[in-house]
Write a protein that binds this ligand. Structure first.
Ligand SMILES: [Zn+2]
Ligand SMILES: [Zn+2]
Length: 359
C-alpha cells in the first residue's frame, strides 16, 4: 500500500476510512480515487515516493534520502556545490528542513512530519525559495518577509503610465484548450495585478517583441530548468525585466473543472496569476493563502490576490489610484480561494454523512 494511505488508514478515532479519504487534501484524494491509473500517476509524479520518508528519524539512513536532498537543493535549501549527497538524515538536512518549514508557513519541527510531507509532495512552482547570492531569476530569491522579492528587487522600469505587452508563443501552445479560453484566463490573471498597481497589460501580436512571452514546454527546453512531466513542477517564470513565462506542457491544464474531469487537472488561471507575480518581481510567500505561495493542489482555484500579495507588489510599483482595499483579503475564507464544484459537492456529502452518523 502507498505510504500515505497506510498513514491515514490508522486514525486515532473511528471515522470510516472511506470518509477520511474524502476529508484529506486533494493530492491524496486524487491518488486514491484514481486507483485504475495509480501506477501511472505515481510514475509521473516522483515526489510522491518521498512519502516513504515520513517520520524518518534524525541520524537514520533511509534508502534514497539523497533524492529528497536533491529536491531541497533544487529549491535552494541545500548548497548546490555539495554533490556528494548521502542518504543520512544529518544536521545539515535538518537545518534545511527547518528553513523549508519556515518558508512554507509550517510548524518548524525539523521533522518529516505528515503536514510537512504533504506540502513537499504537492505540485508547485519551479522557482526556488531561497536566496542565491548571485542569482537573479529562477532560483535567486530573498526571504526576509512573508512576501519576498528576487535578489536586488528588480522591477520593470518604464515611463508612466506603464504598459507591458504579452504574447503567446505561436509554436509552443497546448491544443486541447481553445485559444479564446486561454486568452480569457490570462486576461483575468493580468487584470488582478493591474487592479492593484499602476501597470496595464495588453496582448501583442508580435511574440518576439512582447515584453512577456508565454509558452508551454516539455522537459529540457534550454533554460537550465527542465520540466518533469505531469505534476511536480507546474511552471516557472523569470524576474524583471526578462519576461519569459514557461508552463509545463505535460500538465493537464484546465480552464473549467466542470468540463475537465481529470483528477490531476491544474487550474491555468491560478498558475498564470502566480507566475505573473514572478514576472513583475515578487518571489514566494510563506502565507498559505497568498497567490505567491509556492504550491498548488490539483483541481484547486486560487486566483484572488491576498493582502500579502498586494502589499508586496504595491511596495514595488505603488498603488493603482483606483485600487480599493478589501478587508476580506485578510480572511482565510475570502473568495480568493475556491474549492472546485466537484470537490465541494463531495465535501458537502461527507458533512451530511458525518452529521447523519452523529460523529
Ligand atoms: Zn513561484
Ligand atoms: Zn523554462
Amino acid at each position: 500500500m502507498f505510504p500515505f494511505f497506510s498513514y491515514i488508514a490508522s486514525p486515532p478515532f473511528s471515522i470510516p476510512l472511506f470518509l477520511l479519504v474524502f476529508l484529506f487534501p486533494l493530492p491524496i484524494l486524487a491518488t486514491y480515487s484514481a486507483t485504475g491509473n495509480l501506477t501511472n500517476f505515481i510514475a509521473n509524479n516522483t515526489w510522491h515516493t518521498f512519502a516513504r520518508f515520513i517520520d524518518a528519524e534524525k541520524g537514520s539512513r533511509p534508502d534514497g534520502m539523497a533524492d529528497l536532498k536533491r529536491y531541497f537543493t533544487r529549491f535552494g535549501y541545500l548548497q548546490p556545490e555539495n554533490q556528494n549527497l548521502t542518504d543520512i538524515f544529518d544536521n545539515e538536512f535538518e537545518q534545511a528542513l527547518i528553513q523549508y518549514q519556515k518558508n512554507l508557513g509550517l510548524s518548524e519541527t525539523g521533522r518529516l512530519d505528515y503536514t510537512t510531507m504533504k506540502v513537499i509532495v504537492s505540485p508547485r512552482c519551479g522557482v526556488g525559495d531561497i536566496i542565491d547570492a548571485g542569482g537573479v531569476g529562477v532560483g535567486g530569491l530573498k526571504t526576509t518577509r512573508r512576501f519576498t522579492y528576487f535578489y536586488g528587487q528588480p522591477r520593470w522600469v518604464r515611463d508612466a503610465p506603464m504598459m507591458l505587452t504579452y504574447a503567446f508563443s505561436p509554436g509552443y501552445v497546448i491544443d486541447y484548450v481553445g485559444m479564446p479560453e486561454i486568452r480569457a484566463a490570462f486576461a483575468a490573471a493580468f487584470g488582478r495585478w493591474s487592479a492593484a498597481i499602476p501597470v496595464n497589460f495588453t496582448e501583442a501580436e508580435n511574440y518576439g517583441e512582447a515584453d512577456i512571452r508565454i509558452g508551454w514546454y516539455s522537459g529540457d527546453h534550454g533554460d537550465g530548468e527542465a520540466f518533469d512531466g505531469m505534476l511536480g513542477v507546474l511552471a516557472h517564470a523569470f524576474s524583471p525585466e526578462n519576461g519569459r513565462f514557461h508552463l509545463d506542457a505535460a500538465e493537464r491544464w484546465a480552464v473549467d473543472f466542470e468540463a475537465e474531469r481529470s483528477k490531476v487537472a491544474i487550474d491555468l488561471e491560478s498558475v498564470a496569476t502566480h507566475e505573473i507575480g514572478h514576472v513583475l518581481g515578487l518571489a514566494h510567500s510563506s502565507v498559505k493563502e497568498a497567490v505567491m505561495y509556492p504550491s498548488l493542489s490539483p483541481r484547486t482555484r486560487k486566483v484572488g490576490l491576498r493582502k500579502d500579495d498586494v502589499d508586496g507588489i504595491q511596495a514595488l510599483y505603488g498603488s493603482n489610484p483606483n485600487y480599493r482595499y478589501d478587508s476580506r483579503l485578510e480572511s482565510d475564507l475570502s473568495s480568493g480561494w475556491a474549492v472546485d464544484p466537484q470537490r465541494r459537492k463531495v465535501l458537502m456529502a461527507v458533512a451530511v454523512c458525518l452529521l447523519w452518523l452523529g460523529l
